[in-house]
Design a protein around this ligand. Structure first.
Ligand code: C5P
Length: 220
């Protein structure tokens, strides 16, 4: 994609981890670096798209020419993504959203040894599934891409997510032992209703273009 083949298209990308507060100083999060999502946002902008990047906290600088919305929690990410999804032609959900959050957020630091404070048990509740919540509202001309980061059975899990999450494409990859999280390249499978195939190991920048190329095929 050296061309402006995404000119006139609106692209939504979610990226990075979410952080889920427990009290003013503690939170739950995960190892997502945001590199894949930021590469997608940069690539889409370079190809002429109007891009909204909804990002959890990462150590990357906001891409030029991209509307970047910074969020922390899954619920905030849902609200920000919801607004952009309504007008998006392509929505890529690459964020590693925390599945759960502490049920209650204490207004003050939970101090160990304090009466009524038990730090050994934290009650958790499920976060909304941003991709699944928005993709059920998918218009026929919208393309939705999701990810499946798995330690095992990548293809089977990706195929399941394709239907349960109403996605057009699931990008599946193996995680763990220095794979994918934080690295600069990735080896993935593309899973759609029509086909499942492996891509070679490549940089996350190149992968971003491959994902956008594939997304564009759904318009034809
Ligand atoms: O179910 P799982 O978390 O493995 O699914 C991964 C896909 O779903 C990714 O595309 C991720 O961005 C999206 N997701 C989401 N909101 C969640 C959990 C996952 O958008 N709460």
């Amino acid at each position: 994609g050296m061309t402006h083949d995404l000119a006139g298209r609106r692209v939504l990308v979610t990226a990075g981890p979410t952080v889920e507060p427990l009290d003013p100083v503690r939170y739950l999060t995960n190892r997502s670096s945001g590199k894949t999502g930021y590469a997608l946002a940069r690539a889409a902008a370079r190809r002429g798209a109007e891009v909204t990047l909804v990002s959890g906290p990462v150590a990357l600088s906001a891409p030029e020419g991209v509307r970047t919305v910074h969020v922390e929690s899954a619920r905030d990410m849902l609200v920000a993504a919801e607004a952009a999804f309504a007008t998006a032609d392509i929505a890529v959900f690459s964020a590693a959203v925390a599945d759960v959050r502490p049920k209650e957020v204490a207004a003050q630091k939970l101090k160990k040894g304090t009466e009524g404070v038990d730090l050994s048990t934290i009650e958790l509740v499920e976060n909304p599934d941003i991709l699944a919540t928005l993709a059920v509202r998918k218009r026929p001309e919208q393309v939705v891409v999701g990810f499946a980061a798995e330690t095992n059975d990548v293809i089977a899990n990706a195929q399941k997510k394709l239907s349960t999450k109403h996605a057009d494409l699931i990008v599946g990859n193996e995680v763990g032992e220095g794979r994918a999280f934080g690295t600069d390249d990735n080896e993935v499978w593309f899973v759609s209703a029509e086909e499942t195939y492996a891509l070679p190991l490549m940089s996350k920048d190149r992968l971003a273009d491959e994902i956008l190329d594939k997304a564009l095929q759904f318009f034809k």
